[in-house]
Design a protein around this ligand. Structure first.
Ligand SMILES: C[S@@+](CC[C@H](N)C(=O)[O-])C[C@H]1O[C@@H](n2cnc3c(N)ncnc32)[C@H](O)[C@@H]1O
Length: 302
C-alpha cells in the first residue's frame, strides 16, 4: 500500500467513524480491506481506493469503515461496571424517579451483550418490578445490530463472562447456538447511530453506558461526544466508560465518582452515598449473578 493510499483510507475511516489509525496500522488496513476489495470484485487496494474516490459516501465506504472497527463484546465485560450499576446507579434511580421510568442507552452496543447483561440484572431486581425500563442500544454497524436484535450467541460467546445460572435462566439452545429469551430481548430496542453525528434525536437518558469505543477516538472527538452526552442527561445522570477510558483531562462535563471506577456523573456527590459500599444499597440491589463462569466442558446439549 502506498503512503497516499494509506492516507486516503485512514482519513476516510476517521471521518466516518472517529477511529484513528496510526501509520503502523498499514498491515491491519491491508489485511482487513483486501477481502472487501475482492468481494466488490476489485483487483486489490489500489482499485478499492479508486472506487472509493469516485463515491466516498456509498455502501463500499460503509463496508470499509465497518471492517476497520472492533466489535468485540462479552457478557458482564469487566464486571465492575455491572456491580456499580446494581449497587450504586440503580438504587439511586429507584429512589429518585417518582414516575417509575428509567431510560438507559448502550452507545456502541455492538452485538448486544452489554445491554442484555443490564436487562438481566434489571429483570432480577425485585425492587424494579413494575418499573418501566427503556433500554436503547445503538451502533454504527448495521450488521452487529442485526445480531443484537436476534440475541443469538455461539457457545464460545456464552462461555465468556456469563454465569451459568443466568445461561440456564435466560437462554434456550437453538441448534449450536443459544438465544436469549424473548422477555429480555423485548426490554431492548436497537437503532443505527453514529456517535460523531448530532445525538439529540435519540432523546434524553438517565444512564449511558459508552464503553470501549472512545478509546479509538482522538481527544477532540472524545470531548465532543462526552459533552453531547452530558446534554442528554439530567443533573443526576451518569455515564459508565470502559476500563481504559476516562473523562479526566478531556472534559469537565462529567466528574469521576470517588470509589466507583468507571462511573462518571454530572454531579458525583449524588452517588457518593452508594459508591464503594455495596451494603448501603442492599435494599434495592438485584441479586448479583454468581461469578462462576461456564465451565469449558459444558455440554452443548445441556
Ligand atoms: C469494542 S465494541 C464495544 C461494545 C460494548 N460497548 C462493550 O464494551 O463490550 C465497539 C463498537 O463501537 C462501534 N463504533 C465504532 N465507531 C462508532 C461510531 N462512530 N458511532 C457508533 N458506534 C461506533 C463499533 O461498530 C463496535 O461495535
Amino acid at each position: 500500500m502506498t503512503p497516499e493510499e494509506f492516507e486516503f483510507l485512514s482519513d476516510l475511516v476517521r471521518k466516518r467513524s472517529g477511529l484513528v489509525l496510526s501509520s503502523d496500522k498499514t498491515y491491519l488496513l491491508e489485511s482487513r480491506l483486501t477481502p472487501i476489495a475482492r468481494k466488490a470484485e476489485l483487483g486489490g487496494i489500489p482499485e478499492l481506493v479508486t472506487a472509493l474516490r469516485a463515491d466516498v459516501n456509498g455502501s463500499l465506504a460503509s463496508d470499509v469503515t465497518e471492517a476497520m472497527t472492533t466489535n468485540e463484546s462479552f457478557f458482564f465485560r469487566d464486571k465492575t461496571p455491572f456491580d456499580l450499576f446494581s449497587n450504586t446507579v440503580l438504587p439511586h434511580m429507584l429512589a429518585n424517579r417518582p414516575q417509575r421510568k428509567v431510560r438507559l442507552w448502550s452507545a456502541a452496543a455492538s452485538t448486544g451483550q452489554e445491554i442484555y447483561s443490564l436487562a438481566m440484572l434489571i429483570d432480577d431486581c425485585a425492587a424494579a418490578k413494575g418499573w418501566a425500563f427503556d433500554l436503547l442500544g445503538t451502533d454504527l454497524s448495521r450488521e452487529v445490530l442485526e445480531r443484537a436484535r436476534q440475541g443469538m450467541y455461539t457457545q464460545f460467546e456464552v462461555q465468556r463472562g456469563l454465569p451459568i445460572q443466568l445461561l440456564m435462566k435466560y437462554f434456550k439452545q437453538v441448534g449450536e447456538s443459544w438465544q436469549i429469551d424473548a422477555k429480555i430481548r423485548g426490554m431492548a430496542t436497537f437503532k443505527e447511530n453514529n456517535l460523531l453525528e448530532p445525538l439529540t434525536a435519540l432523546g434524553k437518558f438517565d444512564i449511558i453506558f459508552c464503553r470501549n469505543v472512545l478509546i479509538y477516538f482522538d481527544q477532540p472527538t472524545k470531548k465532543m461526544v462526552l459533552e453531547r452526552m452530558a446534554d442528554m442527561l439530567p443533573e443526576d445522570g451518569c455515564v459508565l466508560l470502559g476500563a481504559a477510558e476516562t473523562v479526566v483531562g478531556i472534559t469537565d462535563a462529567f466528574k469521576p465518582v470517588p470509589g466507583a471506577r468507571g462511573l462518571y456523573a454530572r454531579n458525583p456527590e449524588v452517588y457518593a452515598a452508594n459508591a464503594g459500599s455495596p451494603a448501603s444499597a442492599a435494599s434495592a440491589r438485584p441479586a448479583a449473578p454468581a461469578r462462576q463462569p461456564l465451565s469449558a466442558g459444558l455440554s452443548k446439549t445441556a
